[in-house]
Design a protein around this ligand. Structure first.
Ligand code: BGC
Length: 763
């Protein structure tokens, strides 16, 4: 879905004296090995290592290989097969110093097998399943000769207007941080140098999710306390888990673009956090410093970026063009370039490429005969992870699960939508291999299937939106319209509904609506689809909405109309089978929202862990002179952490082991969770803590721990959480991370709103 360009390919470097080879250092000694190599490198060769270029289908392969053999390119992205990357590595092996290339790609939620989008993965609250998805993605990508991914994307998103909400793990600092660590470990496996691992480069550093108004690429203006407390921890968690790389964000932070931000890249990332890995700019970001208005021209942009500590420049020519002149003029120092080169070489070393440049490329005779072969996919694993990520939002009168003997009408523009099922950033996933909802339900019903299908509506009737969504698709439009008039489509769906016992409507967004550069002003299901839902409701038949979308949608009206609602996000290659598993009760849903669903776009932001205020709204009391909007109900449509099951769970007997906690002590918070229904099922027990009085205002509650528990029908378990002083620490006005003595409320619930509470005192 991305426009690939030639920018960044052709650069002619001034020739410099070729240095004589020195005695090689043993490869086991990383620092000595790299220092020795650097001593032999010319300036051109050094600058060449800082170039990361995108390989588009239109690019002249021979020219690229020449550039590589001349030592002018350090790595590529978007070339994703062994046969494509081998000749480039061969070219690197023909270069004077034989420095290997690395091959990168956006492996975000799967590679060949597409797993649910990250927001959906987060909905599983299942670290084991999330880890499995990352490990398989790494194995598949490594088997296709890839060395590094630009993931995980751990930008906290609290404004669902932002299209990239789909690509992150939601609004909560604790949950996203946990997942960040899990994903890094999954990608890197036993080490980034393993043949079946890829290096993780966490993105987008930093605060990209907080762009103003949810408008992509916009500015971020944020207090240091909020940064440290809420937005930075997930990046830190990824780095602490060993992420070898960082991709730098496109946005500015408090007036300075991240790409030119020495505080961010140097003081915070490298000095304070001790990051030793590779910092890559985002696509064209160095050039964009001119547009941001902090650089007069390319020369100044290159200077700002290299000074800030941007090691590799993604797809622009500025380092190659400008660094030699800047060095000559004394505007940058040799060490600015050397530091960057050292990071690039160290990353290649850590990927295992100096020991074996063909570690992931392998031998030609072992190349898969068909890169798209079914045997290369991990369907069973994808189905299992996908069904864990589905969130049941409503189930009035036990409409779900559906009986396989029922006559079902399946309608909606997303019922047969293989591309959308994969979600955005679907790496090497192929639409032809993704299971649509129609396919999934048909398989589940088998020979007895009486499924009646009608499209019912297009994704949108707005031609302008359609054109926007198809803008980047060169070969074929991604969103294809049924040319029949809207009323004809609806009539057909209504007829199908009338002939059926129950209606399943697959509605929501196309995947491109929740993508990079897909910010929205409204969070509704597109109007024409809403017309369809109204018409279906009018038939009086039980109505099940299967939502597909990459951000929370404000489904106020639909919540009333539907008998059951299943939030499926975009659930990947096996999405259709996974959704059918839940619809027919072959799997009992267990997902929980990792992001609040607002009632309307005007309510944003609606994140649950907001700060305390002086005039809070109290439910049940008049709203006058309190903080709320007077024309609508206060509070979310569905709270953070919410999600139903086909069984019921109760929480009772919450207990704290003590009413006080010493700074060095431990407190046990426990609760009895019981499956009071008739089916086995899983739920997520969530622990929230509120620091009641502090030197600064504190959030009304914060997630501090959770456990996903499986209980047989009638079974109960005591769930224990340990609370220590660490769980109570926060960044104060001086950015000191410490806990303050005083009262703390502990809440346990199956979502963030419906909780039981106890208190203790930190001494
Ligand atoms: C995105 C990055 C991505 C890069 C390379 C950019 O437009 O912001 O997230 O890694 O493209 O595809």
């Amino acid at each position: 879905m991305k426009k690939l360009c030639l920018l960044g390919l052709f650069v002619s470097l001034a020739s410099h004296t070729v240095l004589a080879a020195t005695t090689p250092a043993p490869i086991e000694n990383k620092d000595a090995f790299i220092s020795n190599l650097m001593k032999q490198m010319t300036l051109d060769e050094k600058i060449g290592q800082l170039r990361l270029i995108s390989i588009g289908p239109e690019m002249p392969r021979e020219m690229i290989r020449k550039e590589i053999a001349a030592g002018n390119i350090g790595g590529t992205f978007n070339s994703i097969t062994r046969s494509e990357n081998r000749p480039m590595q061969d070219a690197a092996m023909r270069s004077r110093l034989k420095i290997p290339m690395f091959f990168a790609y956006d492996v975000i939620h799967g590679h060949r097998t597409i797993f649910p989008i990250p927001l959906a993965l987060a909905s599983s609250w299942d670290m084991d399943a999330i880890g499995r998805s990352g490990r398989i993605a790494a194995q598949e990508a490594a088997a296709d000769s890839l060395d590094i991914t630009f993931a995980p994307m751990v930008d906290i998103s609290r404004d669902p207007r932002w299209g990239r909400t789909s690509e992150g793990f939601g609004e909560d600092t604790y949950l996203v941080s946990r997942i960040a660590g899990v994903m890094v470990k999954a990608f890197q496996g036993t080490g980034a140098n393993a043949a079946d691992s890829i290096m993780a480069s966490v993105k987008h550093f930093a605060l990209y999710g907080a762009v103003e108004g949810g408008r992509d690429y916009n500015v971020v203006d944020m207090s240091p306390v909020k940064m440290y407390q809420d937005y930075l921890p997930p990046y830190r968690a990824a780095i602490d888990a060993g992420a070898g790389g960082v991709m730098v964000a496109l946005n500015s932070i408090n007036g300075v673009p991240a790409t030119a931000n020495t505080w961010l890249m140097n003081d915070l990332l490298r000095k304070e956090w001790g990051f030793k890995g590779l910092a890559v700019s985002d696509h064209g970001a160095i050039f964009e410093l001119i547009k941001h208005g902090v650089a007069r021209d390319g020369r100044e942009a290159a200077k700002l970026a290299i000074k800030a500590g941007i090691d590799m420049s993604m797809n622009d020519t500025l380092y190659g063009k400008e660094l030699p002149g800047l060095l000559k003029a004394g505007e940058i120092e040799q060490k600015d370039i050397d530091n960057a080169v050292r990071e690039v070489l160290a990353a290649k070393y850590d990927m295992g490429l100096f020991k074996d440049p063909y570690l992931r490329i392998g031998k030609a005779e072992d190349d898969p005969a068909d890169t798209y072969a079914e045997s290369r996919l991990h369907r069973a694993e994808a189905r299992d992870v996908a069904r864990r990520s589905l969130v049941l939002l409503k189930n009035q009168g036990d409409t779900l699960p559906l009986k396989k003997t029922a006559k079902i009408a399946l309608v909606g523009p997303l019922a047969k939508a293989p591309i959308d099922m994969m979600g955005s950033w679907a790496a090497a996933g192929r639409p032809a291999q993704s299971v649509t909802l129609f396919d999934g339900m048909t398989h589940a019903l088998g020979a007895q299937s009486t499924l009646i299908y009608a499209r019912g509506a297009n994704i949108t009737d707005d031609k302008k939106i359609l054109d926007y969504l198809n803008f980047l698709n060169f070969d074929a439009p991604e969103v294809v319209d049924d040319p029949r008039p809207a009323n004809v489509l609806i009539d057909e769906a209504v007829k199908a509904a009338k002939d059926a016992d129950v209606v399943v409507a697959a509605v929501g967004e196309s995947r491109g609506m929740s993508h990079e550069s897909s910010s929205r002003t409204d969070l509704n299901i597109p109007g024409n689809q809403r017309e369809l839902i109204r018409a279906l409701k009018a038939t009086g038949k039980p109505l099940v909405l299967v939502l597909m979308n990459g951000r929370p949608l404000s489904i106020l009206e639909e919540k009333e109309q539907a008998d059951a609602i299943l939030e499926t996000w975009f659930s990947g290659t096996e999405g259709g089978n996974a959704i059918a598993d839940v619809l027919f009760g072959d799997y009992n849903p267990s997902g929980k929202l990792p992001i609040t669903v607002p009632r309307s776009v005007g309510q944003i932001p609606t994140y649950y862990n907001h700060l305390s205020i002086g005039r809070p709204f109290t439910p049940g009391k008049p709203g006058n002179y309190t903080s709320q909007y007077f024309e609508d109900t206060t509070g979310p449509l569905f709270p953070f952490g919410y999600g139903l099951s086909y069984t019921q769970f109760s929480l009772t007997d919450m207990a704290l082991s003590s009413t006080t906690l010493n700074k060095t002590g431990k407190l046990d918070a426990s609760v009895v969770v019981k499956n009071t229904g008739k089916r086995d099922g899983e739920t997520v027990v969530q622990l929230y803590i509120q620091d009641v009085t502090g030197s600064m205002i504190r959030p009304v509650k914060e997630l501090k721990n959770f456990q996903k528990v499986l209980l047989k029908a009638g079974e109960q378990k005591v769930v224990h959480f340990t609370i220590t002083e660490d769980d109570l620490k926060f960044y104060n006005a001086q950015l000191k991370y410490a806990a303050e003595p005083g009262k703390f409320n502990v809440e346990i619930g199956l979502d963030s709103q419906d909780v039981t509470q106890q208190s203790f005192e930190l001494l």
